[in-house]
Design a protein around this ligand. Structure first.
Ligand code: SF4
Ligand code: ZN
Ligand code: ZN
Length: 319
């Protein structure tokens, strides 16, 4: 794994002086022991929440948990932070897309962590909501017919599933584990798609009857989220979804991660730039998708139109 560890034993934590530093923050020069890393990590999440007003003291927070290191870390750290806010509630939502040999393990880890910290987890499946598994869409040739890759369809279907479960549970906000890396990738992807109508990913945006989505890790690099999971011994799914390598996002992830390694601090520079540009251009009157709340020129956004199309074709093909 590509983490910047420093030699234990020989280097002391520059924050508390204890021997056995475990991490060097390249962009700030900090060298930290386990305890100081976890403390500064948690403080950054609290600061991010406060800076953007992501959560309220009495929110019913639904954490979208996939079973990977990012989402389990988010659930773990929010559970600690939330203890200071007795009026708030926290629960987890996990989606079973129906990807054979992959999702079962992830759901096991989610259930295990939720049980150990005493949090309710709601599992929703594509099968229950839409009548098919993601694997069926591939096998029945629906994706080929539309010329789409699995992730292009799975993403919007997952989003819809999480919204449905969050509404069912009376959530007032959905917290997702998108990291600094993810948010910058999203901005680049939107730019490469020529998407003019966009909003700042991971910031709280109230729109009609839509449950807002927030990303408390939007200022935390992915490598630190991975380290947090390791240092807290969170059991997370270690292998990627078999469909992941085919996604556009994955190509961009590799490119941006290499860029960051060569030009440290670029991801922070990029998020500041895009946040500013997108916010500054976000003053015009947008209409929002009736189904998911994303900016949209019609009643439904492109993703929701796609979801409806896929559902329609699947049911026509199998009947
Ligand atoms: Fe779905 Fe793609 Fe994520 Fe796999 S990698 S769970 S197919 S969005
Ligand atoms: Zn220390
Ligand atoms: Zn939509």
């Amino acid at each position: 794994m590509d983490l910047v560890y420093v030699q234990k034993v020989s280097i002391s934590c520059k924050r508390c002086g204890n021997a056995g530093a475990v991490y060097r923050r390249e962009y700030s020069g900090e060298v930290l022991c386990r305890r100081c890393f976890i403390e500064t990590f948690t403080k950054r999440v609290i600061k991010t929440i406060a800076k953007y007003g992501l959560l309220r003291h009495d929110d019913r927070i639904a954490v979208a948990v996939s079973g990977g290191k990012d989402s389990l870390s988010l659930l773990h750290v929010l559970n600690k932070i939330e203890k200071d806010f007795p009026l708030s509630e926290l629960f987890a939502i996990t989606v079973d897309e129906g990807i054979e040999g992959y999702r079962e393990e992830a759901i096991r880890y989610v259930t295990q962590l939720c049980r150990s910290i005493g949090i309710h987890v709601e599992v929703v499946s594509f099968k229950e909501l839409y009548g098919f598994d993601l694997d069926h869409l591939v096998k029945e040739g629906v994706l080929n017919k539309l010329g789409l890759k699995p992730c292009s369809v799975c993403g919007p279907l997952r989003r819809k599933a999480i919204n449905t479960a969050a509404k069912r549970l009376g959530a007032t906000v959905i917290a997702t584990a998108h990291t600094l890396d993810d948010v910058v990738q999203t901005y680049f992807l939107n730019a490469l798609r020529g998407e003019k109508k966009q909003h700042n990913p991971g910031l709280r945006r109230e729109a009609k009857s839509i449950i807002p989505r927030v990303a408390p890790f939007r200022l935390t690099p992915e490598r630190e989220v991975i380290l947090y999971a390791y240092l807290n011994r969170l059991p997370f799914q270690s292998y990627a979804c078999p469909n992941a390598p085919k996604s556009m996002r994955n190509m961009l992830r590799r490119f941006l991660s290499e860029w960051e390694q060569n030009y440290v601090g670029s991801l922070f520079a990029a998020i500041n730039y895009f946040d500013y540009i997108v916010k500054a251009n976000n003053t015009s009157e947008y209409s929002y998708c009736d189904s998911c709340g994303e900016p949209s020129s019609g009643k439904l956004c492109r993703s929701c139109e796609l979801v409806n199309k896929v559902i329609g074709i699947y049911h026509r093909l199998v009947k």
